[in-house]
Every structure is written in structure tokens, then in C-alpha cells.
Ligand binder design. Structure first.
Ligand code: BGC
Length: 377
């Protein structure tokens, strides 16, 4: 009985604070469901249904679509209302989507940033409005407005790519040098920096002792990063490397940080006349359905499988923690310093996938069907 009274009081207090937030900003609210804003507030109070704003970077890559779908499904299953938005890799769009969510009085924000350092002002607005923020997969930099971070072990992703190359190319025992080029992630994404660090923790020694030869000379993160993870730029870079440095000798290894890059590299290699006889080892990240198909067909060698439903599950426990006062599972309190604080994190385990284990990892687990893979294009 007492508990009941307490929750009625709490709901009343929440309703007042929602009205206060809405009152401050309502004139600038312009969400897609804006015409339901007033009714929406009533609904929140009636059902005690809290609203979570989920800001995703782009639908141009399959993984983020899966991430968004999983988050929405899992949050809705717990009774939360969800406003899921994609910004198509346009920073001002993501900023204004977040402003709109704040103006609508969402109760929590989950953000996978396009540019990890470009949201400082808008996240400050969230903080002023007492809206907790959770960083999804990409760390939010230079802000103290973030409560938790759910991701994968990003340096581990790079290490697994490096180890795969080390084993597959048998670098420890190889007597002939092998050529390699690097295609690294976006400079505004902290994950990309860590991935490069992980790759080099394994491969640097082979570059130093000459077992790996990078003919373009581009091995540093600054020289190999690709803004906004652009497939087109990866293809262009690969074409430039092939014409500039590999006229007389084949490229043996393309160390790519993303499945999208692997598609661009594949197109560049086909354009340059590479065939099954001299096709290089190509790595990737995300285990997109197209990448798995390419792996089955021998056009990509490996990728990193990151189970997005597991990531969503961990992130949802963080949402519950900030909204219901529960304890989320955290397994890292040291690594993710965003220049303002070390963000308490849960890091899921990335897994290397190739032709030998794809069935077990993505088919037997039900992540994809054989038909998804066969019909990918
Ligand atoms: C993610 C990767 C993804 C990349 C490009 C990174 O932040 O961690 O999984 O491949 O963005 O979308």
C-alpha cells in the first residue's frame, strides 16, 4: 500500500518535471511525431512509460540498422517508448535530432555518434535537462554528460584482425616477405584509433623485421584513416596503391578495418585484374551479410563478428539503471577516458569469423539464415 502511494507521488513529480522540460523548449520541438507531443506527455504519465531517444549514425551500413532494430525491440519489450533516429552520417542532422529529443523531454538518450567529439554542446543541453546519456558503441568524447558506455573491446577487434593475418600468412615462419596495405577507420571515431593500436600491437614487429612490406609506406593511423568509414574512399585508396606501388608485384594482404572497406577493395582488385590465383587476404569488421557471402565465395577472407543483439542487451541494462536506479553490468572502469571522465563500460567480446567457423557463429546461432547469405547483394 505504502509503495503504491510512493509511486503515485513519484509519477506526479515526474509529470511536473516533464511539463517543466517541455515548457522550456516546446516552441522549438519539431519531431516527426510532433503533432502527438501533448498527447504523448499524457500517455507517458498514464502508463508511466518512459521515452528513450536512440540516435544512430547511418543506415548506409547494415550493422547500424541491426543495432537500431535490436535497441527498439528490446526497449519496447520492457515497456519503454522509443524514438529511433538515423542521421545518415551528417553531423548537423544528428545534433538537431538530439535537440529535438531533448525538447520533447525524452527520459534517456542512447547515442552512437557520427563524430564522437561534435556533440559536446547538445549533450550539455541534455545534462541541463537532467536527461541521462549512454554512449552506444562509439565513445562520446570531451563531455561529462555521459553515464555509461556499451561497446566491444575495440583494441581487441584490432588485435584479432592482426592475429588473423599473423596466423593465416604464417608470419612467424614465412621465409618470403609479404606485401600489405592498411585501410583504417574514421579519425573522429575513438574505436578506429583503438583498432589501429590493436592491429599494430601484433603486426608492427613484422613490419620492422621486413616480413611484412607496406610499399605505399602508409602504416600510421594518420596516413591510413578513412573519414566517415567511406567505402568509396577505401576503393579509391586501393586503386591508387595498386597503380602506384603494385604494378610489378601483387598485393598480398589488405588489412581492412571494416566490411564496407573490403567491398571497395574487392572492386579495386577486380578492376586491376586480380583473380582467384592472386587474390589477397582481406580482413573486415561487422560480419555484414554481404561480407559473409563474400567470405563463402572467397572474395573476402575474414571479418569480426560483433553480436549486436548482445550489445543492445547490455545497453538496455544501462538504460534501466539510469531510469530505474538498478545496477548495470560493468566490466571495464579503466580504458575509456573521454578527456573528461573514465566512462564505466561494458565491453562485449568480438569474434573472428572466416570460412571455417561462419556456420557455427552466424547460421547455427540463428543470427542469419543461409537464405540471407545467398540472397545478399
Ligand atoms: C564500429 C564498427 C563499424 C564502424 C563503421 C565503428 O564505430 O565499432 O563496428 O564497422 O564504426 O560503421
Amino acid at each position: 500500500m505504502k509503495k503504491r502511494l510512493l509511486s503515485v507521488l513519484l509519477i506526479g513529480a515526474m509529470a511536473l518535471s516533464l511539463v517543466a522540460c517541455g515548457g522550456n523548449n516546446s516552441s522549438s520541438s519539431s519531431s516527426s511525431d510532433g503533432n502527438e507531443a501533448a498527447a504523448g506527455d499524457e500517455k507517458k504519465v498514464e502508463s508511466n512509460g518512459k521515452k528513450v531517444g536512440v540516435a544512430m549514425p547511418t543506415q548506409s551500413s547494415e550493422r547500424w540498422i541491426k543495432d537500431g532494430d535490436n535497441m527498439k525491440k528490446q526497449l519496447e519489450a520492457l515497456g519503454y517508448e522509443v524514438d529511433l533516429q538515423y542521421a545518415e552520417d551528417d553531423i548537423p542532422t544528428q545534433q538537431s535530432q538530439l535537440e529535438t529529443m531533448i525538447a520533447q523531454g525524452v527520459n534517456c538518450l542512447v547515442v552512437a555518434a557520427i563524430d564522437s567529439g561534435a556533440l559536446v554542446n547538445v549533450l550539455d543541453q541534455a545534462k541541463q535537462a537532467n536527461i541521462p546519456v549512454i554512449a552506444y558503441d562509439r565513445l562520446l568524447m570531451d563531455t561529462d554528460a555521459v553515464s555509461y558506455y556499451a561497446s566491444f573491446d575495440n583494441e581487441g577487434v584490432g588485435r584479432k584482425i592482426g592475429e588473423y593475418i599473423e596466423t593465416k600468412a604464417d608470419l612467424a615462419n614465412a621465409s618470403e616477405p609479404q606485401t600489405i596495405e592498411f585501410f583504417m577507420g574514421s579519425p573522429d571515431d575513438n574505436n578506429a584509433v583503438l583498432l589501429h593500436k590493436g592491429v599494430m600491437s601484433v603486426l608492427q614487429k613484422y613490419l620492422d623485421d621486413g616480413k611484412l612490406v607496406c610499399k605505399s609506406g602508409r602504416t600510421s593511423f594518420e596516413d591510413t584513416c578513412i573519414l566517415r568509414w567511406s567505402q568509396e574512399t577505401a576503393q579509391q585508396n586501393c586503386e591508387n596503391y595498386l597503380t602506384g606501388f603494385y604494378a610489378d608485384e601483387d598485393l598480398d594482404i589488405a588489412c581492412s578495418a571494416f566490411d564496407g572497406f573490403a567491398y571497395g577493395i574487392k572492386a579495386a582488385l577486380e578492376g586491376a585484374g586480380y583473380t582467384a590465383d592472386n587474390w589477397p587476404l582481406i580482413t573486415g569488421q561487422d560480419a555484414e551479410v554481404m561480407a559473409v557471402k563474400n567470405i563463402v565465395e572467397g572474395k573476402q577472407t575474414q571479418t569480426i563478428f560483433k553480436d549486436t543483439s548482445l550489445l543492445a542487451e547490455k545497453c538496455v541494462t544501462m538504460v534501466q539503471a539510469v531510469l530505474e536506479g538498478s545496477e548495470p553490468e560493468i566490466n571495464d572502469t579503466e580504458t575509456y577516458d573521454n578527456n573528461k571522465l573514465v566512462v564505466p563500460s561494458y565491453l562485449c567480446e568480438p569474434v573472428s569469423l572466416d570460412k571455417d567457423n561462419y556456420k557455427e557463429l552466424v547460421i547455427d546461432s540463428g543470427y542469419y539464415t543461409e537464405d540471407d547469405i545467398n540472397s545478399a547483394n
